[in-house]
Design a binder for this molecule. Structure first.
Ligand SMILES: *[C@@H]1O[C@H](CO)[C@@H](O)[C@H](O)[C@H]1NC(C)=O
Ligand SMILES: *[C@@H]1O[C@H](CO)[C@@H](O)[C@H](O)[C@H]1NC(C)=O
Ligand SMILES: [Cu+2]
Length: 694
């Protein structure tokens, strides 16, 4: 039995784990720098795409077929011989004004080869590269009308910063009258919005409202310019968030400092990309679009003496953030952060001791830059054991006349964390593994609000719909939503699973006893995808992923519950509104689809300027069978965000999430035989942290 009780938490061990490289990569390992370099060489040498310049927009692992990965894993765990699977990358490049799809074989990284080539003729474009955004935002200071707009507002050009905003898609309405629809659709553009930094780091709080530039990314030129309306630029004072710039610290408001320490070192081991901790084992990967990818998560069942599968592969598929202001400078702000910007590209190094506790270990990620060369993303994922003084289970028994029995077990979990700073917003994305078998998915939002310049300096002046909250003089924080959609290929105790709703139904009592009513459970097994599109706020139901081929000794189907944990907003936009067409899945929090290796990205593979003709809503519309099949759970954490002054100039974290929790998966509580707290083993038995009374 693996050590279910964790090591005591006392001492800090700060050494960063270096991972031992095995002879060949695991089939789900992300592409290494050597492999990324090989992919680049093969694509640039290929005669299939002769046009230049060629830019790399997506390079990721083209994972082997699932049955092959599973048999590879089983061979590995039974220590029998295992042949390396073919290694492939999937590339989306731009050249000659077209998007090119190129699978590249890198099984032998010294002899990579492009396997095939296709041009994407449909709508939408791949992710924006960082380099092209930097190039685009460098254009405005050399654009004479923009120089004039800046001068007109009395602002110093040296203080101005611009950022690239995807334009979304608005049918014909978005095209200018002089151009044909076809031509407009094929133009890959972004809008630039500009801000004033000056004395503050929080330039997002100081918009140059009313000014919009449109940049054609393939030509890297400003193609439209508009200075529609002049509002005062909000003042810098009171907007900075940096220590020393936000004013003197409050006196007497500090909590006593503390730190989590582990005298025997960390309780988890990182071997290549595998993390092993307590009863859990899983693989941590990285993708430039999704960020963290967790695969092959399995839990050791001590009573059964076996390792049991829970999740084949999971990641954040999309983050949809539509703003709710119809003004010319705002209506199109309907971001798809993963598909347009890339969560992995915007995940920056974590700060030890702040972003992650002192006992954390860090993992690096690598992605392909626009030129295809590998870029290191240092310390972008942290892994740590969390002991927050919470209780895993307890009971006090006062029923015996002569004694009191108290049994309690501390709750310790393992967290895998990444932080995405996508422009103004920060998303802290946690995977929390619990020894009880639960996996908690937690999204915490913080960072800077996206604000609109206005004439208003007091709420009493607002007579019309302002589309936001006045958070400072001349500063409206605009209403918006956040929808974080997870793709979870669950494999509960095996590949074939079903989706079940346990629905609470009220009955009238006919048993002849005085009670008049009671509730009972009606069990519904979803046959097809339509049965598994769930508004989790509407149904008073437990939702389960079960394995109909496996039962407990009591005869119950083994399963996992999907437990919503707050943040269950769904989109309330009209169905025919353009952003809603592009992210139609945002109307329901939960979808279940049959596994298909091409169905990864909720708004479709090409999210930038997408039109809604691809994606989860379209796939699920086929209404395929999902009963006793290899199924994928899609769960969206949703937040309607009405900003308040307390969120300004930087927002305290707001969290939401959900949990996958065992439901008849184990024969009984898997924590029953864990050890009680090891108070007497602590090095300072009489320090206040360990004593019964302080
Ligand atoms: C799992 O699903 C596949 C696809 O429908 C089916 O062929 C297979 O028989 C199923 N396996 C079990 C154990 O039911
Ligand atoms: C802890 O308690 C022991 C005896 O109970 C005592 O000898 C020792 O000095 C104490 N240590 C501290 C740090 O108070
Ligand atoms: Cu928000």
């Amino acid at each position: 039995m693996p050590p279910l009780a964790m090591f005591p938490f006392i001492f800090v061990a700060l050494s960063i784990l270096t991972t031992a490289a095995s002879t060949h990569p695991h089939p789900l390992d992300p592409l290494s720098p050597v492999e990324l370099t090989a992919v680049r060489a093969a694509v640039l040498a290929s005669p299939l795409v002769p046009a230049r310049p060629l830019t790399f927009h997506y390079v990721g692992l083209d994972e082997p077929d699932k049955p092959d990965v599973l048999s590879y894993s089983e061979a590995r765990s039974s220590s029998s011989s295992r042949a390396a699977l073919p290694r492939r990358a999937f590339v989306i490049a731009r050249a000659g004004g077209q998007s090119h799809e190129l699978p590249v074989d890198i099984t032998d990284a010294s002899a990579p080869s492009v396997l095939s080539h296709a041009v994407h003729h449909g709508t939408g474009f791949p992710m924006l590269t960082l380099d092209e955004q930097f190039a685009a935002v460098a254009l405005p200071p050399r654009h004479a009308p923009f120089v004039e707009s800046v001068r007109r507002r009395g602002v110093d050009m040296d203080d101005v910063l611009c950022a690239a905003f995807p334009v979304g898609w608005f049918g014909d309405a978005g095209s200018s009258e002089t151009e044909s629809e076809e031509k407009v659709r094929q133009r890959r553009v972004v809008k630039l919005l500009c801000f004033v930094a000056g004395a503050t780091a929080n330039f997002y709080a100081r918009p140059l409202e009313g000014v919009t530039l449109v940049v054609d990314l393939d030509r890297m030129a400003i193609v439209e310019y508009r200075d529609r309306v002049v509002y005062p630029v909000p003042k810098a004072e009171g907007t900075d968030y940096r220590a020393g710039k936000a004013g003197a610290p409050y006196a007497g408001h500090e909590a006593a400092p503390g730190v989590v320490v582990q005298p025997e070192g960390r309780g988890f081991h990182i071997d290549g990309h595998f993390v092993r901790w307590a009863n859990w084992e899983f693989h941590v990967g990285f993708d430039m679009r999704a960020g963290t990818v967790i695969s092959l998560a399995s839990i050791h069942d001590a009573d059964a003496g076996a390792r049991r599968r829970v999740l084949y592969r999971g990641f954040v598929s999309e983050v949809f953030v539509p703003y709710m202001d119809p003004a010319e400078e705002w209506y199109y702000r309907t971001f798809l952060d993963a598909g347009e910007y890339g969560l992995g590209l915007w995940a920056f190094p974590l700060q030890p001791g702040g972003d992650c506790p002192a006992n954390a270990a860090y993992l690096d990620g690598y992605y392909a830059g626009q030129d295809g060369k590998p870029v290191e993303n240092k310390n972008m994922i942290c892994v740590f054991e969390r002991y927050a003084g919470d209780v895993a289970w307890r009971h006090t028994e006062a029923g015996f006349p002569d004694r009191l029995i108290t049994e309690v077990r501390p709750d310790v979990s393992l967290v895998v964390r990444m932080v995405v700073s996508c422009g103004n917003y920060d998303y802290i994305l946690d995977w929390e593994f619990k020894t009880s078998g639960s996996i908690k998915f937690v999204v915490s939002l913080t960072g800077l609000l996206e604000v609109k310049g206005t004439d208003y300096t007091h709420a009493d002046q607002i007579t019309q719909d302002a589309h936001g909250t006045l958070v400072a003089e001349n500063t409206l924080a605009v209403y918006h939503d956040h929808y974080i959609t997870y793709h979870l290929d669950v494999d509960v105790d095996g590949t074939n699973n079903s989706f079940v709703k346990n629905i609470i139904t009220t009955r009238r009592n006919t048993a002849g006893t005085p009670r008049k009513s009671y509730w009972t459970v009606r069990r519904e097994v979803a046959e097809t995808e339509a049965d598994a599109q769930v508004d989790v706020n509407a149904a008073p139901a437990d939702m389960l992923i079960v394995n109909p081929n496996k039962r407990t000794r009591m005869g119950n189907e083994v399963g996992y519950r999907v437990v919503p944990g707050g943040a269950t907003a769904a989109s309330v936009l009209d169905d025919d509104d353009y952003p809603q067409l592009r992210a139609s899945y945002s109307k329901k929090q939960l979808w279940v689809t049959p596994y298909n290796r091409d169905e990864k990205w909720a708004p479709g593979l090409y999210a930038d300027q997408s039109t809604g003709d691809d994606g989860l809503g379209v796939w699920s519309g086929r209404n395929r069978g999902i009963r006793n099949e290899d199924i994928v759970l899609w769960y969206t954490v949703g937040i309607h965000h009405i900003p308040y002054q307390d969120d300004f100039p930087v927002m305290p974290t707001v969290s939401g999430g959900f949990e996958l929790r065992p439901a008849n998966f184990f024969e009984r509580n898997p924590l029953l035989k864990t050890r009680p707290p090891m108070r007497d083993q602590l090095p300072f038995p009489n320090c206040s942290c360990a004593s019964d009374s302080s």
